[in-house]
Design a binder for this molecule. Structure first.
Ligand code: ATP
Ligand code: MG
Length: 332
């Protein structure tokens, strides 16, 4: 079975619809066909200041949401990044292989640093794409299911894997991004020119899966569309409507042409009302399942402990090979 690896940050508490449609939904599907490793990336979360108690709670909450979304610990390895110290260890090696200019070209860093202010943005934020490189290479992943915003980081991972293999000997599998075109980028409901994001969206533009379903319905109904009334998928002319159609289509399995037909002559109101209902039907059981996992922290922690053990076995083997290839003297 080919291997997949991916991660999600335990920031902001709730996952948003972009996280689910762009990434987590694919994780659930891929656990059937792949040897799948999924993690809550707490080390990535601290690239931006986090309250310690919140971080701990949000890490459990993220794991609970992944299980609620359909990850099955019998079918995949689910763990917390910091439980596997090899991530930080391999990241150092990869840091030493990355050019400063190369790292400086990462657009996610530039966007996030601009938001923080140059003096406040941490060196950890600057090097987080390289930690991500280590995350992926440790598991010899063939594919990495992510949203479009991560494409550049997967490219960096490929470059560094090839560089390492070329200079020091065949060590890492060169991975490919697994990005589904339809859901690669879910847009902010209030500003369909930017991606829905934990850190950049305004509350009204962001569909948090754990919000009150009523609040979610309201956000869908007040989504920004355009002054026309024709329900048509056209990302250039109608980014807001197209975003709603993408969400509707993916959550219900209805093709977009079929939806265009269904709402022909009906206007945006009908589309939004129905989509609000679809959303409520989706988030309500998701919230309940998440809560059920949170109510049983012992089970949750034991799933994560088993996951970390499985992950470490793979990660330790890769790290040992990488240390050896670099020429680090083994401890006796
Ligand atoms: P931040 O803005 O703080 O980076 P985020 O919203 O991007 O947070 P992450 O935890 O960084 O959330 O991302 C988890 C996964 O969700 C990644 O694979 C990412 O590509 C994907 N993702 C995030 N936002 C979207 C979106 N709007 N559309 C599709 N996929 C997304
Ligand atoms: Mg992100």
């Amino acid at each position: 079975r080919p291997r997949v690896l991916s991660g999600i940050q335990p920031t902001a508490g709730s996952f948003h619809l972009g996280n689910y449609l762009g990434a987590v939904r694919q994780w659930v599907a891929l656990q059937e066909s792949h040897d799948a490793f999924y993690m809550v990336v707490d080390l990535h979360a601290i690239t931006i200041p986090q309250d310690p108690a919140d971080l701990r709670a949000n890490t459990r909450l993220a794991a609970a949401q992944l299980l609620a979304a359909g990850l099955d610990p019998e079918r995949c390895t689910l763990f917390v990044q910091s439980h596997v110290p090899e991530h930080a260890q391999l990241a150092w090696i990869m840091n030493c292989l990355t050019g400063f200019g190369e790292a400086s070209r990462m657009t996610q860093f530039k966007d996030k640093a601009a938001k923080q202010g140059a003096d406040r943005a941490s060196v950890g934020l600057f090097t987080y794409p390289i930690l991500q490189v280590a995350d992926i290479l440790l598991y010899q992943a063939n594919q990495v299911p992510v949203g479009e915003d991560q494409r550049q980081h997967i490219e960096l991972t490929r470059d560094l894997a090839e560089r390492f293999n070329g200079r020091l000997g065949e060590t890492f599998t060169v991975p490919a991004a697994y990005i589904l075109k339809e859901t690669a980028k879910i847009f902010d409901l209030q500003d369909p020119s930017i991606k829905m994001s934990k850190s950049a969206s305004t509350p009204k533009g962001l569909i948090n899966l754990l919000d009150e379903p009523k609040a979610t319905a309201k956000k869908v109904k007040s989504a920004v569309t355009d002054t026309d009334t024709v329900v048509r998928y056209d990302t250039a002319e109608k980014p807001g409507v197209s975003n709603l159609l993408t969400i509707y289509s993916t959550l219900t399995g209805t093709g977009i042409p079929e939806l265009e037909q269904k709402y022909a002559g009906k206007g945006y109101g009908a589309l939004k009302t129905d989509l609000a209902e679809v959303m409520v039907d989706f988030v309500t059981p998701f919230r309940d399942r998440t809560q059920a996992y949170l109510d049983d922290p012992e089970t949750l922690d034991s799933i994560l402990a088993k996951g970390a053990e499985k992950a470490r076995a793979v990660a330790a083997e890769t790290l040992a090979r990488a240390y050896d290839a670099v020429g680090l003297l083994p401890a006796k």
